[in-house]
Design a protein around this ligand. Structure first.
Ligand code: NAD
Length: 254
């Protein structure tokens, strides 16, 4: 029971990796606050949590809105009196556009939701987590390490998450707060499901480009985030853990 008596915030808890992480934290006895802008998704997660007898509070929040993020952290403090860990994971893909055709407002929106939100979340979480010590995991992506054509805003935002994570880790290493990032590869969630159905080449990518010849299940990515936030990773900070079935090995099968 890695999170006995611990309070954990998961953003993007209404779907995919965030939902899997919420379940996983709760299975380890954590009290999970799940935030998302999608109320239907949050309701589904809440239903799964209660069916398993887990403690879960749902909070509708747009993580790119500073006042809403400040209120989110205040609500957790008012209700639970502490925050021990945060998995800052909400994000969007932003569609596929060649850089020269990328709509500028969409680029700004992707940066706002995927990167600015991580700054906002940590800005308000860190003072609270410092009180008792704890950990943060931010969701980046293998897109921070590769050049996924069509995903310029996404890749830029995830590189930013990597950088922010290292700065926050440095600033808090001696203050009892570890900060790491998770870099999932291709993971079977609603974010990629639609693209895989529409795009055969993309679907084939899971079997051709990924050495393990399959996409990850959400829980396989979430498990690494849970580990990073747990006492089992007590000497790990400032790192980006890659969970990609070997996608970024860069070698070849003989
Ligand atoms: P998903 O679409 O299943 O879940 C993302 C969740 O974030 C959704 O519930 C959505 O409502 C929420 N969200 C989006 N914008 C929000 C906002 N402004 N405020 C609050 N909530 C918001 O996708 P997923 O695959 O589970 O993605 C989770 C994270 O993992 C994202 O940061 C994504 O970039 C990252 N990631 C995913 C993959 C993949 O292949 N699925 C790969 C690498 C990284």
């Amino acid at each position: 029971m890695l999170f006995n008596d611990k309070v954990i915030l998961v953003t993007g808890a209404g779907s995919g990796i965030g939902r899997a992480a919420a379940m996983h934290f709760a299975k380890e006895s954590g009290w999970v606050f799940g935030a998302d802008r999608n109320e239907t998704g949050l309701d589904e997660t809440a239903g799964m949590m209660s069916a398993s007898g887990y403690r879960f509070d749902r909070l509708k929040v747009d993580v790119s809105d500073e006042a809403a993020v400040a209120e989110l952290v205040r609500t957790i403090y008012d209700k639970a009196g502490r925050l021990d860990a945060a998995f800052n994971n909400a994000g969007i893909a932003g569609g596929n556009h060649w850089l020269e055709d990328y709509p500028s407002d969409l680029f700004a929106q992707v940066i706002s939701i995927n990167l600015f939100s991580i700054f906002l979340c940590m800005k308000y979480q860190i003072p609270l987590i410092r009180r008792n010590g704890g950990a943060i995991c931010n969701t980046a992506s293998v897109a921070a390490l590769t050049g996924p054509g069509g995903l310029s805003a996404y890749a830029a935002s995830k590189c930013g998450v990597h950088g922010l994570t290292r700065v926050a880790a440095m600033e808090n290493a001696s203050k009892g707060v570890r900060v790491n990032a998770l870099a999932p590869g291709l993971t079977d969630t609603p974010m990629v499901a639609a693209t895989r159905v529409e795009n055969v080449a993309f679907d084939n990518m899971a079997r051709t480009a990924v050495p393990m010849k399959r996409a990850a299940q959400p829980d396989e990515a979430a498990a690494a985030a849970v580990w990073l936030c747990s006492p089992a990773a007590s000497y790990v900070t400032g790192q980006m853990i890659i969970v990609d079935g070997g996608l970024t090995i860069g070698g070849f099968e003989p």
